[in-house]
Design a protein. Structure first.
Length: 995
């Protein structure tokens, strides 16, 4: 078979490769030198030979471009593909070959009696081999040769066939499947033959009787490897009966080390029997898989290579002992993916004489053709091979150096003391630090610490800060456990006493523990990570993903959700019961840009609480019901936002009322999600302002609507927070307001603010950096992107709702579904609906539903590009009432009745009437009086000074009264004689007139 694409075709289709050079090196210039390396000079140039363009950097030494490279070389370098893989990819891209045919897996099926291939053996399979192609060898590795493959029983297959047996069916009635390789779809196989041979002779007993052991029956089985299978699960398969545990390469190791010698009798004469003599090799390498092992063998740096069925296979002491029986040194080379790392640590700590050679982590930053991170020794070989070095001498040197750095988990050495006839032990410091690393101990730099660092122990994604003494204790407890497990012969008391009595593991020595940078960032602009004890949830606009390995982000033990929840609620979260649930609600925009909400399920108590907290029209819903029916109706129609009024019904709401309730619900979900997202978006620098929706005079505010369950309890379960009682006198004036707030603080809550709370003083803290002045410490600045989000809960409306304020506020309004006893209604609180206390009395099911609902609120927030605030109607009304104050409102409602409505009133007389009404407002200014009139008109829907009445350009009504210019005011009803059919603008006057 010939390869379907040649490099000449690629060059012809890409202008001698120039198109490829320009793609990856846009700075390349045909006419002058240019710069490739960031730190370099303009020392690269383009040359042309036989119609092919080459790039060389004359200022580079040992770099990829230090030797001339053409376009296909450059394509391979930047994509991470091998040369033949690059030819295939470019051939498909340039339509020089048919993609559908270049990667096809040729599989056919026929009835058994129609099969005409190689005769099937007793196990029901057959195969044919062929010579390796260059492409196949390149896939395996840069140094792999047919001889290496043959040595390790690896063959290229032309095809293989097997009979698919059906239970209780004769083979004559079964089908035979055949898979055939192609020039672009190679099929490789390890062909293992076991058993057979001659009977074994041995001498037994005092009389040296010869015992004959029959040979094991011969059998053959194949491990098939299809490297280009698009589906990973089909890359490996087996034919025949493979053993439960098999050490590949072990027979080769034995052939290299075992020789036969005659067994002599007491007179030195040959007995006719033989014994095995083992000559140990210097080192044997354990690799994690087939290709890795073939590549390791191809370097010539391993005396022998072995591998197991799986990198996660349970390797026994006897199996490791067998390897040491044939070799002085055993080195394990694990993969760098999470599974490989854990398997490597397990071997190192269970078999402490085995050394581990860890691959450099840089290779994990590159991707393979499937988009997966590189991870294994084969990847290391391919990424470090060079087009300019056919013998790959530098690559071999890298492998040699890499193996030289292998270290065991065993952190002590022993030597026999002839004088005392004892074994002396001492700590090997480099190996001790390797032992600590294998067990997850690291040092983290921290310039804020006195020492400049601290110690941690890593367990998957969780880090626990530990002291130097705890690290010392770990050494001792580890050896104690090993002594109990393995016995005194391997872990004698002298070894443990040496460790206890020496200064080998001292504070001074531990300063040399490996430093590691852990990424503690738990968010991106589009995602948020939540850390549980056994897994991580990543939430995006697309959904929730559970991460159980391959951690790229970490968390301190005190910051996992289990710890926070236990601290705040004394509840031990059972994460075995935490599962990703189906959606609780669905919200999308309709064709008119309005939100379309569907509640999909109602088994989550917390969601149902938010539904009730959004039922702002529940009284309207029941206004026509007799008092005797109300309680039953409310209980039977709990957790419903969209109770529409139908013809003839006593209850229900119109479309606008239902939609407003749904907006209140979505607002609460959006607010919940906003606070759960740790990312600080400058365009969404908001302060949550959680208040009651009911329109009342602020002097009558009652609260008890249940809003603290969301803003105080629920949000704070997911993060580090700072709680402040907002009614504390002089709170915002304190120099130490943010004492205790750090970059790890996610949320600050000012709880239960009164109506005089100076919200505007927080503006810069909401939208800018946060200045922190802790007690007895130096002040510091937390940048905006790391500063906590801020929330306020209150029973009062904010004062001064100008545009600057509303831009910074995210209003959240709670209905009075939950309330104290008032207006003829008995007290109602969440426990009446749910029969339990939230959080503290929840079972595992409700905790799971709550956490899922919270994540889905975050998902909803991340999916929107707009701020979803609470419907402003009642909030605005409460603000207007608060701005006017109760005295002005009472006066205006009594003054502007029939005789003073829809007619001109002298402003000065109205002002005097107010002061006479209540002396507490005697100092009200003319400007303040007019502003309150505007607020009263906005509240009542009146028009102040209709346009038809204005007499001045500055928007006033001026008339002569008793010969004196006098200002009048006019309050018009919208449906009055001057209040319909025209927009009216109220202008502020800059006149010097007092009224």
């Amino acid at each position: 078979m010939s390869f379907p694409i040649q490099q000449e075709q690629i060059f012809e289709a890409t202008n001698g490769g120039w198109d490829l050079i320009e793609r990856f090196l846009p700075e390349a210039n045909l006419n002058k030198h240019f710069k490739i390396r960031k730190e370099g000079t303009e020392s690269a140039n383009v040359s042309k030979k036989d119609g092919i363009y080459f790039v060389k950097d004359w200022g580079a030494s040992g770099d990829f471009f230090s030797q001339s490279k053409h376009g296909i070389h450059i394509y391979s370098h930047y994509t991470g593909k091998t040369y033949f893989e690059s030819l295939l990819a470019l051939g498909e891209e340039l339509n020089l070959i048919d993609k559908s045919k270049s990667r096809v897996k040729n599989i056919t099926k026929c009835p058994f009696n129609e099969y005409e291939g190689v005769e099937l053996n007793d196990d029901g399979f057959a195969y044919t081999t062929k010579e390796f192609s260059e492409y196949e060898l390149e896939i395996l590795g840069p140094l792999v040769t047919p001889d290496i493959c043959k040595k390790y029983r690896l063959f290229s297959l032309e095809s293989y066939s097997w009979i698919k047996k059906v239970e209780n069916t004769q083979k004559e009635f079964c089908d035979v499947f055949t898979v055939t390789s192609s020039e672009t779809y190679p099929i490789l196989a390890f062909i293992i033959s076991e058993g057979g041979g001659l009977p074994k002779l041995s001498l037994r007993g005092p009389k040296k009787d010869v015992k004959v052991e029959p040979a094991d029956p011969s059998r053959e089985w194949l491990k098939i490897y299809q490297p280009k299978s698009a589906d990973k699960k089909y890359r490996f398969s087996y034919l025949g009966k493979k053993p439960k545990q098999h050490i590949f390469g072990l027979d080769i190791l034995k052939n290299m080390t075992v020789s036969k010698e005659d067994i002599l009798d007491e007179h030195g004469h040959a007995t006719g029997a033989e014994k095995e003599v083992i000559t140990k090799l210097k080192k044997v390498i354990i690799c994690s898989g087939d290709r890795d092992s073939i590549n390791m063998a191809s370097t010539g740096k391993a005396d022998a290579v072995v591998w197991f069925n799986s990198e996660t296979a349970d390797i026994t002491e006897s199996e490791i002992g067998l390897l040491f029986k044939h070799s002085h040194e055993v080195i394990n080379v694990p993969d760098l993916d999470p599974t490989g790392v854990e398997a490597g640590k397990k071997i190192a700590l269970e078999h402490m004489d085995v050394k581990t050679a860890w691959l450099p982590e840089e290779i994990t930053k590159r991707k393979d053709f499937r988009g997966n991170a590189l991870k294994d020794f084969t990847d290391f070989m391919k990424t470090n091979s060079s087009f300019d070095d056919p013998l790959q001498l530098e690559l071999k040197r890298k492998v040699e150096r890499f193996l030289e750095l292998a270290r065991p988990g065993k952190f002590w050495t022993s030597s026999y003391n002839k004088t005392r006839n004892t074994t002396d032990y001492k700590v090997n410091y480099k190996n001790a630090f390797n032992f600590l690393k294998l067990n997850g101990f690291y040092r983290i730099k921290d310039e804020n610490r006195k020492e400049g660092y601290y110690f941690v122990k890593q367990d998957k994604h969780i880090l626990k800060e530990v002291s130097a003494q705890e690290i010392k204790d770990f050494f001792n407890s580890f050896l104690d456990e090993k002594q109990r497990e393995k016995g005194l012969s391997l872990y004698p008391d002298d070894l443990l006493n040496m460790l206890i009595g020496s200064e080998a593991v001292s504070d001074k020595k531990l300063v040399n523990l490996e430093v590691k940078d852990f990424d503690f960032t738990d968010y991106t602009a589009n995602s948020q990570y939540f850390f549980f004890d056994n897994f991580i949830w990543k939430v995006t606009s697309e959904g929730i993903e559970e991460i159980t390995k391959g951690y790229s982000r970490y968390v301190m033990e005190n910051d996992i959700l289990n710890t926070i929840i236990k601290k705040q609620n004394r509840h031990i979260l059972n994460t075995r019961e935490i599962k990703i649930e189906a959606p609780f609600f669905k919200a999308k925009k309709d064709e008119n840009g309005n939100w379309d909400l569907t509640i999909l399920r109602k088994d989550c108590d917390f969601q149902n609480y938010l539904i009730n907290g959004s039922r702002v029209f529940w009284k309207e819903e029941i206004k026509n019901l007799p008092q005797s029916k109300i309680e039953n109706y409310l209980n039977e129609n709990n957790f419903i936002l969209d109770k529409y009024k139908t013809e003839g019904s006593e209850t229900g709401l119109d479309d606008d009322q239902v939609y407003e309730q749904e907006l209140h619900y979505l607002n609460k979900c959006w607010y919940f999600g906003y606070n759960l997202h740790r990312y600080k978006d400058p365009s969404r620098a908001l302060c949550g302002y959680v208040m009651d929706n009911e329109v009342v005079d602020d002097s009558e505010s009652h609260g008890r609507t249940g809003k603290s369950l969301l803003s105080n309890k629920a949000i704070r379960l997911f993060m580090n927070s700072k709680y402040m009682g907002a009614r504390k006198k002089g709170l915002l004036e304190s120099d130490f307001l943010y004492d205790g707030v750090t970059e790890q603080t996610d949320y600050i809550l000012f709880d239960d603010a009164d109506k005089k709370f100076p919200f505007s003083q927080l503006f810069t803290d909401i939208t800018g950096d946060l200045n922190v002045n802790p007690k007895n410490q130096n002040a510091y600045l937390i940048p905006f992107y790391q500063s906590p989000k801020i929330g306020i809960t209150t029973n009062y409306a904010p004062i001064g709702l100008d545009s600057s304020t509303t831009e910074r506020i995210l209003f959240v309004a709670f209905s009075d579904w939950y309330h104290g006893a008032k207006d003829g209604f008995d007290k109602r609180e969440p426990k009446d609906d749910f029969k339990n206390m939230f959080f503290t009395e929840w079972d595992d099911k409700q905790w799971n539903l709550f956490i899922n609902f919270a994540m889905q609120c975050l998902q909803f927030y991340l999916s929107t590009n707009e701020k979803i605030g609470a419907p402003q109607g009642n909030i605005k009304k409460r603000n207007l009432i608060s701005e006017m104050g109760p005295v002005f409102l009472e006066w205006a409602e009594s003054y502007f009745i029939d005789e003073n409505l829809n007619r001109e009133v002298i402003k000065k007389e109205a002002h005097k009437n107010l002061v006479d009404y209540n002396a507490s407002v005697k100092n009200i200014s003319a400007t303040s009086f007019k502003n309150k009139l505007k607020q009263f008109c906005e509240l009542k829907g009146y028009i102040l000074n209709p346009a038809d009445k204005l007499t001045t350009s500055d928007g006033r009504i001026m008339r002569s009264y008793n010969g004196i210019a006098t200002e009048y005011i006019y309050l018009a009803e919208l449906n009055g004689p001057l209040g319909a059919g025209e927009d009216h603008e109220i202008k502020d006057s800059d006149s010097d007139y007092p009224y």
